[in-house]
Design a protein around this ligand. Structure first.
Ligand code: AMP
Ligand code: GLY
Length: 425
């Protein structure tokens, strides 16, 4: 098979590495890819939102399967475009990707189908949102821009002043662009977060092993929200009892709700959960693999990823058992100094060859490219994701931090407490 991956971050590198292991894959392409992905796939300079160019490329190269990693093209309807052109594609259609594309939609869905989530109100005007805040006595309160905002459109406000400033930023200053045309104001939930990714074929859902992300930029969960600074898998807090509750009350009901709404979901649903003292609650849905969750979940997948994706497309997931290794993985993100705000690009990355041929440590590239002289340089906020496998979470964590010492670039920044929660388990 010839496979095309759309995207160019750490998640797509992890997807590429997993597809590469399949005996069915003869040739991998990635648009646009990055320096790391170019070692295992042919990268083509087409942007993820250039649907017509992507379709033409897929036709010309007779691509058998296209895999879309990113949220923007999915929410924008890339899958519909490929289907119209008769090209096999893995991911939800536009009318299903709205599960991630609109928080107002997903909150309404959960309310309608009694899927446990935080209480909320939705607003179309800043005026109405301010009026609501004026009557609010409980803080913190959570403000969410309705649309996609690179994982940054969520503000946790400790008091009325912050909430009013937040409403202004999102709805009037349009800090997150059109994503802020509507606003969801949500109850603040306390507990531990866990990410559960799943494969869905429209009816059947098969959950993957659990993971936990670290969203804040700095140690101790301080600093700004980022796309994710590191992950571990599995989460020791995601117990069998929690899983049973979620399968029954959250996972299958979400898939059924989407079908009832005429929005059959095929692809990956990412459940962002908060384990509260009243039980698990949905914080958010994503319509794709998490980044950097994919970097710890996919290296542990034993089932052929091509088979799983085909089963999702064909509606035969009920016949395919999903196997994960009985081990653990930790990923530490190496970011550019200043991320998620201002940072430099173009810094030379040293030491990457130390990962070649290794099967227990991996260096997934996020923001990297090759410069004119072929050197690998930084090209984004999150630069690399160093993942290690281990028999236990503690072993994987020690190995991941050890492996971060193999690479370096000017201004390299990381969190030093990825997986600290493991010690409390
Ligand atoms: P989201 O983009 O919805 O995942 O939100 C980003 C982060 O904000 C989450 O990973 C949580 O850490 C936090 N968050 C979102 N919603 C809530 C909530 N209702 N209560 C507490 N924290 C939240
Ligand atoms: N790591 C969170 C996300 O991919 O949205």
């Amino acid at each position: 098979m010839k496979v095309l991956i759309v995207g160019g971050g750490g998640r797509e590198h992890a997807i590429a590495a997993s597809l590469k292991k399949s005996s069915k894959v003869e040739k991998l392409y990635c648009a646009p890819g990055n320096a790391g992905i170019s070692e295992i796939a042919e990268c083509v300079p087409i942007g993820p939102m250039e649907f017509d160019a992507l379709v033409s490329f897929a036709k010309e190269k007779e691509i058998d399967l296209t895999v879309v990693g990113m949220d923007d093209p999915l929410v924008g309807g890339i899958v519909d475009k490929f289907e119209e052109a008769g090209i096999r594609v893995f991911g939800p259609r536009k009318n299903a990707a709205i599960l991630e594309g609109s928080k107002a939609f997903s909150k309404e869905l959960m309310k309608k189908y009694s899927i446990p989530t935080a209480g909320y109100e939705t607003f179309d005007s800043a005026e109405a949102a301010r009026e609501y805040i004026a009557g609010l006595t409980e803080y913190p309160v959570v403000l969410k821009a309705d649309g996609l905002a690179l994982g940054k459109g969520v503000l946790i406000c400790e008091n009325r002043e912050q909430a009013l400033a937040g409403i202004s930023q999102i709805m009037e200053e349009k800090k997150f662009g059109d994503a802020g045309n509507r606003l969801v104001v949500e109850e603040f939930l306390r507990g531990r977060e866990v990410s559960v990714l799943s494969f869905v074929d429209g009816r059947t859902i098969r959950t993957m092993t659990s993971a936990q992300d670290h969203k804040r930029a700095l140690d101790g969960d301080r600093g700004l929200n980022t796309g994710g600074m590191g992950t571990f898998s599995p989460s020791p807090f995601y117990t069998k009892e929690v899983d049973e509750f979620c399968q029954k009350n959250i996972f299958q009901p979400t898939v059924d709700a989407m079908r009832s709404e005429g929005r059959e979901f095929k692809g990956v649903i990412f459940f962002g959960l908060m384990l509260t003292d009243k039980g698990p609650r949905v914080l958010e849905y994503n319509a794709r693999f998490g980044d950097p969750e994919a970097q710890v979940v996919l290296p542990r997948l034993e089932t052929d990823l091509v088979d799983v994706m085909n089963a999702c497309i064909d509606g035969t997931l009920d016949r395919l058992p999903l196997q994960f290794a009985d081990n653990a993985a930790v990923c530490v993100v190496l970011a550019s100094g200043g991320y998620p705000e201002h940072y430099e690009k173009g810094r030379v990355i040293e030491g990457l060859s130390a990962f070649e041929g290794k099967n227990d440590i991996f260096c997934f590239h996020a923001g990297t490219k090759k410069d004119e002289s072929g050197r690998v340089v930084t090209n984004g906020g999150r630069v690399l994701g160093v993942t290690a496998l281990g028999a236990t979470l503690k072993e994987a964590r020690a190995a991941a931090y050890e492996a971060t010492k193999l690479v370096s670039f000017d201004g390299m920044m990381m969190r030093h407490d990825i997986g600290r929660a493991i010690d409390e388990a």
